[in-house]
Design a protein around this ligand. Sequence first.
Ligand code: C2E
Ligand code: MG
Ligand code: MG
Ligand code: MG
Length: 285
Amino acid sequence: AAKESGKACSKHHVRTTFDNSRSRFHLETELRRAVERDELELHYQPIINMKDNSLKGFEALARWNHKERGFVSPAEFIPIAEETSIIVDLGRWALDKVCSQIKEWDDLRGNKDSLSVNVNVSGIQFARDNIYEAVTVALDRYKTNPELLTVELTESAIINNPAQIAHTLDNLRQKGVKVALDDFGTGYSSLNYLHQFPIDCIKIDRSFIDDLEHGSQKYEILNLIAKFGHKMGLYLVAEGLETQVHVDLVHELNVTNAQGYFYSKPLNIEAATQLVKGDIPWTKS
Ligand code: C2E
Ligand code: MG
Ligand code: MG
Ligand code: MG
């Protein structure tokens, strides 16, 4: 862009670039500090089994409440973390929190069905950290049931080193940890490749849902994904359901599980704990 705009606005351009890089540098420093000081939070978005409206579990989503900037979106700070070494510490922090939370909620549930919690793991962390070890440390620390932990990773995370990642996922699954492929449909994985990959769950990206219409091409693709998923014995979660229409269409396609604002936004720990204590079936509030 700088090249195209030429001399005319170069001064202004340099100034904004400087400001942006400086503010980014600050953000980076502050993010590193926030992770070290345990100032980030995890919020928990319910995942619902649509067949019986039961609460299946949650996805843990990182939140950074910055003193001056207010709420900074993970869409902003995860990329910063990924471009630096911060993602490794942030990822380990999230695993630790989630394993602690699973254990606490599992104890709270008593005789009720256990709930599982999904945690996002960045592809960069897969490349830079020993994920198997990181997960094991967190599970052992709280004596958490590995069956209740689901690791989410995206298709793009796999592309760089599929053999290595498949090996790590195999080891995690042998422990009982579940694996979900996040944002499915936005990356490059072919169905052929998918069936060889050690996963338990496909999370269908919200871009499939937002303008979903009966009989449209998207609808047919989704239909295929759902049929394929069931054939492969995977469980499916549709992301980003916001309306009753979305719910009806997704249900019609036999996708079992759903996550989206229609059911609930991500909740803080207190609000999520209220749901954990409650009786299933889940009811929309
Ligand atoms: P994701 O893993 O695909 O998470 C789902 C995102 O969709 C969340 O955004 C969630 O709040 C949002 N969402 C859920 N339902 C709806 C809906 O009905 N409509 C709309 N418009 N959005 C909905 P969020 O929390 O802003 O997180 C964005 C992304 O940041 C996540 O996408 C994930 O890739 C990343 N992320 C968040 N927390 C972590 C973390 O702890 N570690 C890593 N590595 N990445 C994280
Ligand atoms: Mg996710
Ligand atoms: Mg997703
Ligand atoms: Mg995403």
